[in-house]
Design a protein around this ligand. Structure first.
Ligand code: 4AD
Ligand code: MG
Length: 465
């Protein structure tokens, strides 16, 4: 292992002053007769380290013109307390080696700030920017926080398949997985003959790990998944991706109330953990021009305050009585649109709200039917600015009610035989939810486009690299 110290450890006062080695990419290089300064970043911290170079340093004069923004270098020297204002440390270079040039004529990321749109066209260089560096470090910290939260509460982390032969949400928004020649698949009576395909039946990329999660919860009590999920919906919005990561806990013996409490505790705990572990990243992001006023104070408040709960039927009444004209008219039975969710969170509650008991016709087949026969034990956690961040429910554990719902929704009961069997053999009340990891990251970082909180976004018309 190379013997480099990270700028993160230096900024966190974990490195005693003295001789050491560093490596990274040049942010800026300022030359003068008596002394030169290089701002070095190694991507581990929002801070850069100032390197101080004596222009007489052996070999420096030859490579100085090449020490441009984006070039990579390796240095040995001495970490000292800085006499300059605004930085605690600086680094006096004793040896400097140029690892890789970055020609200023062609290197796209120059000193000046770049728009987030421009950076989306430069995905291969984007992680080197201060913003994306901060976002990716928050992402890593949040993933750790998720695993910590569940592990500490006795949940087991399970891995559900990415290739699946069932459509969990029943919405048909699936990417097909096949080894057929798309130009010429084998056909019988004009129809594609999947019995000759790799899996001998139609297969897709999973939209959710829930159904397999339920299988495991029916053996292990409390589980969670955390993996990629795929939706072939043609949604070109700032909060939809075609490939996103979802966290899905599933708990035997939990009813809707338990599920709601867990979702709240989970969101709040991850906020608290990340506010602490990524404080400098979040502060840096909150200081950017696109950030919302009071973003971090708001997160801290949300992390401590119980979420409001609202029945879908009450939400509809509140929307109807709001005196607002919505683009999409409000009446009992509609699926809440983004504008409705935004009114509830941003204007009415002014914070997160968990909406429960939605009409059965707008929710998935697996949700438990309420006694009224019209609504199901669904819950969506909505947050300001973003709308839905968590979707979940108590599951229908009664075999006959479930079978009837599968039929009523026009789904093929034969393909859910195993799901029905879980209700035949030792069925129990159970619940779970899915939290969109990128939506959570938008909430945490204040980024306004979901394409900026994942390294390699996939959306309609775009799957670079
Ligand atoms: O509400 P959804 O579709 O629920 C499910 O998939 C359930 N099977 C979850 C469960 O109960 N285990 O999706 C859950 C969450 C949403 O609340 C949202 O945060 C996120 O996943 N999500 C998306 N995130 C980014 N891009 C998309 N296209 C998303 N679709 C859903
Ligand atoms: Mg949903």
């Amino acid at each position: 292992m190379p013997n480099y110290v990270s700028i993160r450890d230096i900024s966190n006062d974990k490195v005693p002053v003295g001789m050491l080695q560093l490596a990274g990419w040049i942010r800026t290089h300022r030359q003068s007769k008596r002394v030169s300064f290089i701002e070095l970043s190694d991507g581990t911290s929002v801070s850069n380290l100032q390197l101080v170079v004596d222009p007489q340093l052996a070999g420096y004069a030859d490579i100085a013109p090449k020490l441009a923004t984006g070039a990579s270098i390796k240095v040995s020297g001495e970490l000292v307390l800085s006499p300059a204002k605004g930085q605690k440390y600086e680094f006096q270079v004793k040896e400097l080696e140029l690892l890789g040039e970055a020609d200023p004529e062609s290197y796209p990321l120059q000193k000046k700030g770049h728009s987030l749109e421009f950076l989306r066209e430069q995905l291969h260089l984007r992680p080197r920017t201060a913003t994306m560096g901060a976002v990716l470090r928050v992402r890593s910290a949040a993933a750790f926080a998720v695993n910590k939260f569940f592990t500490e509460r006795g949940f087991f982390y399970i891995h559900t398949p990415i290739i699946s032969t069932s459509d969990c949400e029943g919405a048909g928004e699936m990417f097909h997985v096949s080894t057929f020649d798309p130009e010429n698949p084998p056909r019988v009576n004009g129809k594609v003959d999947f019995s000759q395909d790799f899996f001998k039946e139609p297969a897709s990329l999973t939209v959710s790990g829930q159904l397999e999660g339920e299988i495991c919860a029916m053996g292990l009590s409390k589980i969670y998944t955390f993996g990629p999920t795929f939706r072939a919906e043609n949604s070109n919005t700032t909060r939809h991706l075609a490939e996103f990561w979802m966290i899905e806990p599933e708990m035997a013996f939990y009813e809707l109330q338990d599920n709601m409490l867990l979702a709240q505790e989970f969101v709040q705990d991850v906020l608290k953990q990340v506010l602490e572990s990524s404080a400098s990243e979040l502060e840096f992001l909150a200081s950017q021009e696109w950030a919302q006023q009071g973003h971090l104070e708001n997160l801290r408040r949300v992390a401590e305050t119980p979420f409001e709960t609202m029945d879908y039927t009450d939400a509809i009444r509140i929307l109807e009585e709001s005196g607002k004209t919505f683009e999409y008219p409000v009446k009992w039975g509609i699926d809440l649109q983004s504008e409705h969710e935004r009114f509830l969170t941003d204007e009415y509650v002014k914070g997160p709200v968990t909406v429960i008991n939605y009409p059965k016709d707008i929710k998935a087949f697996y949700m438990r039917l309420n006694e009224d026969g019209k609504t199901v034990r669904a819950m969506d956690v909505l947050v300001p600015r973003l709308g839905e961040i968590v979707g979940g429910s108590q599951r229908e554990e009664r075999h006959d009610v479930l079978l009837e719902k599968i039929r009523a929704m026009g789904l093929d009961e034969r393909s859910y035989w195993w799901y029905l069997e879980l209700r035949k053999f030792g069925t129990v009340p159970h619940s779970g939810f899915g939290l969109g990891f990128e939506r959570l990251l938008m909430y945490l970082t204040g980024m306004t486009n979901i394409r900026d909180v994942i390294g390699f976004p996939r959306f309609p018309g775009f799957a670079k690299f």
